[in-house]
Each structure stands twice: as C-alpha cells, then as structure tokens.
Design a protein around this ligand. Structure first.
Ligand SMILES: Cc1cn([C@H]2C[C@H](O)[C@@H](COP(=O)(O)OP(=O)(O)O[C@H]3O[C@H](C)C(=O)[C@H](O)[C@H]3O)O2)c(=O)[nH]c1=O
Length: 188
C-alpha cells in the first residue's frame, strides 16, 4: 500500500501511495496513519497546508520552524510539478549543510517526507502549480525561519535554466546557513 524510498540523505524519503485506477479515473489513500506507522513514520500531522504558485520558477524556501514548533512535512503536488529540496541543518550530522532534491509532481503522484532538522523549499517547474502538505506542528510565525535559497555554501542546483525565480520579500533577504545559530543537533 505504501512504497517508501530513502533519498541520498536517508532521513528524507520519497513516498508513493498505492493508486487504484479504473474506467472513472483513480482512488488513492494519500495519507493513512496506520500505514505510515507500519513504515516507521508515526509523526502526528496536525495541519494541512496548500499553496498555489501562478508562475513557473516560483521558489518558496528555504524554511523551517524552530523548536518547540519544528515540523516534519509530507509534501505532494495536486497540479503541476516542483523540484523539492531538503537541506540538513542538524549540527553534528555527517551531512550537515548538504541538500537532496526530488522531482514531485501530480503526474508522478509521489510525495516527499522532510523531517524536522531540515530546511525545506521548492521551485515550481510549471505554471499554476498547487502544492499540498501536512505538517506535524502548527504554524508559529515567531518560530518561522529562513535560509537563503542560493546560499553558496549549500550550493543547491536549482534548475532555473537562466531564469529568475519569483521570491517573496522575506525569502529574498534570508540569512545564510553560516549566519544561522545552532538550532538542531544531530542525534546519532
Ligand atoms: C506557512 C504558513 C504561513 N501562513 C501565513 C503567513 C503569511 O502571511 C502567509 C504566507 O506565508 P509564507 O510566505 O511563509 O508562505 P510560503 O513561502 O509558502 O512558506 C511555506 O513554504 C515553504 C516551502 C515551507 O516549507 C513552509 O511550509 C512554509 O514556510 O501565510 C500561515 O498562516 N500558516 C502557515 O502555516
């Protein structure tokens, strides 16, 4: 019922729920707490988010919330496609400052699980892209933090093809990882 594939940073997972197709179309349980628990994923999702980005090359991120409002995120695309990126910001992690990316799209019907301790962002690859994601802690504006999408020390290879990303004012002035205090530490 659930395919779980660790990415290059194995804490970050690709998830593929089962899809039941028939003459009408398809049905899928896109989230099932029991199935997730059976796969060792028992984070308690408490909030659903949805964002719509009209322009291709809209870039949202890199974001995270500080404890006690740190969030695990289960991200999928209802319409269009994104390159979804997770950056390990756990001090002491062997992959601290490293990033991993996954193409997530309505067509692929895949999801990405980004755990606490990672900064998260995505670049839309098509216009009118709609992203839906579950988070394991409620929003808290005062705990909402960002890191530069183009931090040279992280070096994310965003597929901009020479284009300029559409950014929020907040994301345009985010600090670098180096300028960010220690918030998460790696639990070996
Ligand atoms: C995230 C969030 C935002 N808001 C309000 C705050 C702002 O007035 C407005 C837009 O927020 P923001 O510009 O932070 O939205 P995004 O740039 O899409 O941020 C999100 O996108 C990146 C990819 C993430 O990983 C985070 O989930 C989240 O930070 O919605 C809420 O009321 N609740 C929320 O949970």
């Amino acid at each position: 019922m659930l395919e779980v594939i660790p990415l290059a940073i194995p804490d970050v997972l690709e998830i593929k729920p089962r899809k039941f197709g028939d003459d009408r179309g398809f049905f899928s349980e896109t989230y099932n707490a029991q199935r997730f628990a059976e796969a060792g994923l028992s984070m308690p999702f408490v909030q659903d988010n949805q964002s719509f980005s009209a322009a291709r090359l809209t870039l949202r991120g890199l974001h995270y919330q500080t404890p006690p409002f740190a969030q695990d995120k289960l991200v999928r695309v209802l319409k269009g496609a994104i390159l979804d990126v997770a950056v390990d910001i756990r001090h002491g992690s062997p992959t601290f400052g490293a990033w991993v990316a996954l193409h997530v799209s309505a067509k692929a019907f895949n999801q990405i699980l980004v755990p606490k301790g990672f900064a998260h962002g995505f670049l839309t690859l098509e216009p009118d892209t709609e992203v839906f994601y579950k988070v394991s802690a409620p929003y808290s504006g005062e705990h909402d933090r960002g890191i530069r999408w183009d931090d040279p020390q992280i070096g994310i290879d965003w597929p901009l093809d020479g284009g300029t990303p559409v950014l929020s004012d907040k994301d345009a002035v985010a600090p670098t990882l180096e300028e960010t205090p220690v918030i998460f530490t790696h639990q070996a």
